[in-house]
Design a protein around this ligand. Structure first.
Ligand code: MG
Ligand code: MG
Length: 273
């Protein structure tokens, strides 16, 4: 069942999606080498509840935490843990916020300190691929138009591995609704998009092989070759002409920039004339 949402419903979903963006902004401010990933989860859960929301992921099919935190070669669904972040890590943070009967769902991959240029490039391309997918979420397009845009940019133009086992999805009253939104496919294939559908577009892009496997905990998905993986996601409304992201990276980016300047100011000598 694919739902067409009224404008009122879309505004409620937008509020939940922007609260995910606000939560990820708090994460951006909080991140630095030396902190545990469980401390990020605790902070985020408090922020979500303080803002009248419920963490969508906590208890979802038994998932035990508020955030999925996926470090380096972990693709998605990583457990927050006693792992201590170190300079050069990347960390994908996926978050859901539920309020007024609707979910928002968004993810962002952060660099911790000094990350290798080839991995920063992976983050830039993956983030750009979400924008390309959102642009194709237009009324009368098909799901395959989104899928193709992401795959063509990431795999064909940039030679990255596009994960196939996990896909985007409709989002609304349930965290995961129809239709599925794969990050690979053919233009003109799949379900027709209609204005008012709300979908999560979420490329999971690997530096190396597209192959992934799941650890014995039943959740943690890792790359087949141990190389890094990035994950960005927008809750997106299908509109005439192009999709509209309901979540926003703008505030996250500003906090990310301020945080990196703050952390680097401790050891960057002042330059005087
Ligand atoms: Mg998500
Ligand atoms: Mg999602």
């Amino acid at each position: 069942m694919i739902y067409i949402r009224s404008n009122d419903e879309i505004e409620i979903i937008r509020n939940s999606a922007l609260m995910v963006s606000a939560t990820l902004t708090e994460v951006a401010k909080f991140l630095k080498p030396g902190i545990t990933t469980i401390s990020i989860d605790k902070m985020a859960e408090q922020f979500i509840r303080d803002n009248g929301g419920i963490p969508s992921f906590k208890g979802y099919h038994g998932f035990p935490y508020s955030l999925c935190i996926s470090v380096n070669e972990v693709v998605v669904h990583g457990f927050p843990s006693s792992y201590v972040l170190k300079d050069g890590d990347i960390i994908s943070v996926d978050c859901g916020f539920y309020k007024n009967h609707y979910h928002g769902d968004s993810a962002y991959t952060f660099a911790i300190g000094d990350v290798k240029p080839e991995i920063l490039r992976l983050l830039r391309v993956t983030k750009e691929s979400v924008a390309r997918g959102v642009a194709k979420a237009a009324d009368s397009n098909r799901v395959g138009d989104i899928s193709y845009a992401v795959e063509h940019f990431c795999a064909t133009e940039n030679r990255y591995g596009v994960v196939r086992e996990l896909v985007g999805h409709g989002v609304g009253r349930e965290l995961h609704e129809d239709p599925q939104i794969p990050n690979f496919g053919r233009r003109g294939d799949g379900k027709k998009l209609r204005e008012g559908m709300v979908i999560a577009i979420e490329p999971m892009i690997n530096l190396g092989t597209k192959d992934v496997y799941t650890l014995k905990d039943g959740w943690t998905v890792v790359t087949g070759d141990g190389k890094a993986s990035a994950h960005f996601e927008h809750t997106t409304a299908v509109r005439k002409g192009a999709g509209e992201a309901l979540s926003s990276f703008t505030v996250i980016e500003a906090a990310e920039q301020a945080n990196s300047e703050l952390n680097s100011s401790y050891y960057t000598p002042a330059i005087t004339a």
